[in-house]
Structures are given as C-alpha cells and as structure tokens.
Design a protein. Structure first.
Length: 146
C-alpha cells in the first residue's frame, strides 16, 4: 500500500508523518482493504481557522475539533485514490485531551481516525450510522493501541 500524505501545519505538534501513514494503513486494512494506493491531505490549524472553515462550509459559527472534506473516491479503484483532506484544530485537540484525561497524541490519533472514517464514507448523523462508525473507530484505535 502506498500512502501519499500532504501535511501542513501552523505549528509542529509532534506528530510524525510516519505515524500518520501507519494510521492510514491500519485503518484502510481494517475498514476498506480494497484500497491499495491513497492520497490525502492533513492540515493542523488554529481554533480561529477551523472556526472560519466550519462557518464557511458547514454554516456553524463555532470551533470544532476536526473537519473532513472528501476527495474523489469512486467505485473504480485507480492507481491513486484522493481520499480528501482532514483538518484538525491543535488547540481544541489539546483542551479536549486535558478534559478527557488523555495525552495530546491519543486525542489527535482519535480525531484523525474519526476524520479518516468520514473520508471513507462513514457518518454519525443518524443513530444507526453513529453506532457503526463508533464500532469501526474503536476497532481501529484498539489496533493502533491509542
């Protein structure tokens, strides 16, 4: 499997590209094993930036922890599938980690997996969808030991 990662950050948060690639590989192996080569973007932004994006794209004028924007997944597996972009607010992640008595890394990994599941087509708008997504999230996080 090949993972092409475009990673941008407004500051270094101590999460390596290697870890991100490993998470993508483990998640795809568990949830969507038919994928062989994928591409995705990860941006780590400030609370102000994610609030701006949340308002612009979701009409919600509030800070959120993670946003996902789908790429061009199709039913026809090509040489490289653009899964899309995951945007994580580092400060929100840090405050949630403290509130949940987790490390920043644990919270970040959870948010990244959550965003990745959205890119793979999972959602939590309806209760039934939420249960399915939570099951996959728990399985992947257990596999990653996060």
């Amino acid at each position: 499997m090949k993972v092409n990662l475009d990673y941008s950050s407004y500051r270094d948060v101590g999460i390596s590209n290697k870890l991100i690639v490993e998470i993508v590989e483990m998640t795809l192996a568990e949830v969507s094993p038919s994928f062989s080569d994928v591409s995705l973007s990860l941006a780590i932004v400030s609370n102000d930036e994610i609030k701006r994006l949340n308002k612009q794209y979701r009409n919600k004028d509030e800070v959120t922890d993670v946003l996902s924007f789908s790429g061009n997944i199709s039913e026809f597996i090509s040489e490289e599938n653009d899964l899309g972009e995951i945007i994580i607010a580092a400060d929100k992640c840090n405050s949630q980690a403290k509130n949940n008595k987790k490390t920043f890394r644990q919270e970040f990994v959870m948010l990244f997996v959550h965003g990745l599941l959205h890119l793979l087509g999972y959602d939590h708008i309806e209760d039934e969808e939420a249960v399915v997504m939570e099951v996959w999230q728990s399985k992947v996080l257990k596999k990653i030991n996060a």
